[in-house]
Design a protein around this ligand. Structure first.
Ligand SMILES: NC(=O)c1ccc[n+]([C@@H]2O[C@H](COP(=O)([O-])OP(=O)(O)OC[C@H]3O[C@@H](n4cnc5c(N)ncnc54)[C@H](OP(=O)(O)O)[C@@H]3O)[C@@H](O)[C@H]2O)c1
Length: 288
């Protein structure tokens, strides 16, 4: 077994690096845009041919959801061309791909958790490119796995947890969107699940949903972050607001809860509740 992890400096990539080196040390090669730009087909081909990989986990992506509305070409290139460049060689070179996608492929009009078979109707440039990446991958390398997730956070990089912690320490009034519902996902849990899947030796191609268990609005999430971080008065002082009071360039789905029955049944995964995982992430942030 030899694994290529792309996007290894990102939020999920850093958690996967940690997990793979703990549970399967020395089996993986780690790249990011500075070492392998996935939009460069020749570079990708040369790297893959020399690598003799059994698996590629693609955590690389253009993830600046609002900026994508202006930078359509860059977003398309990183989210579609890049995965095509990997997928083109999967069959010939005999490696399997796990690719990451998003709940933002849905329009959020559902009233029950989204299943893998529900029709994607993305609302944003980012969502459109992530959906195009899924279909390009399925077309070129149908043996691949796609894991859709949402609301990722970790101790690394820029994310909602770290932003709210910073804002909590200031005296600034906090107004947080309360009419978008989803499930926060601790990147360390997703990294453990992906590692479980690869090390299980069982390969089941297709689309799978993964988030933590439970349901929350961004407001609920922000309240929990500040309460668990020892700032209950700041938590109680947060004002819930509608999305219309917090205009953003990209539209987000109002409802983005994912049904995880398929991944749990296929791989026997036990998924933690988002509140328990948030506490574990905050403990790690505190220790640093
Ligand atoms: N973050 C979320 O809330 C969320 C939610 C749902 C799904 N996802 C999906 O989960 C996956 C991981 O997300 P993440 O939050 O870990 O992303 P991230 O932190 O933005 O990391 C992505 C990494 O990919 C790199 N990259 C960008 N273009 C590249 C290219 N052409 N070649 C090679 N590397 C490139 C980025 O480098 P630069 O930083 O230098 O651009 C970055 O290091 C992505 O597929 C994302 O769409 C994320």
């Amino acid at each position: 077994m030899k694994i290529l992890l792309t996007g290894s400096n990102g939020q999920l990539g850093r958690e996967l690096h940690r997990e793979l080196e703990t549970r399967a040390p020395g089996l993986s090669v780690y790249t990011d845009i500075d070492t392998l730009d996935l939009t460069d087909r020749t570079a990708v081909e040369t790297f893959l041919r020399a690598g003799d990989f059994s698996h590629v986990i693609n955590c690389a992506a253009y993830t600046a959801v609002d900026r994508a509305e202006e930078e359509k070409k860059q977003c398309l290139s990183a989210n579609v061309d890049a995965i095509s460049n990997l997928a083109l060689f999967a069959d010939e070179l005999g490696f399997k791909i796990i690719h990451l996608s998003t709940d933002y492929v849905f329009d959020g009009k559902a009233y029950r958790p989204y299943r893998e078979i529900d029709k994607p109707e993305p609302l944003s440039v980012y969502g459109v490119t992530k959906r195009k990446g899924e279909t390009a991958l399925i077309g070129l390398a149908p043996e691949s796995m796609i894991i859709r997730t949402g609301w990722l956070y970790s101790p690394f990089g820029k994310n909602f947890v770290k932003t709210i912690l910073e804002l909590g320490k200031t005296g600034a009034p906090l107004r947080i969107v309360a009419d978008q519902t989803g499930t926060p996902t601790y990147a360390a849990d997703l990294a453990a699940a992906i590692t479980d899947i690869i090390l299980s030796g069982h390969w089941s191609p297709g689309i799978f949903n993964y988030s933590n268990e439970g349901v929350a609005s961004w407001y609920d999430f922000a309240v929990a972050i500040l309460e668990y971080a020892g700032m209950p008065e700041r938590a109680a002082g947060i004002t819930p607001i509608p999305s219309s009071d917090y205009p953003q360039a990209a539209s987000r789905p109002y409802y983005a809860v994912l049904d995880k029955s398929k991944i749990k049944a296929t791989y026997g995964l036990k998924i933690p509740h988002w509140q328990a995982s948030l506490r574990r992430c905050l403990d790690r942030i505190n220790q640093n």
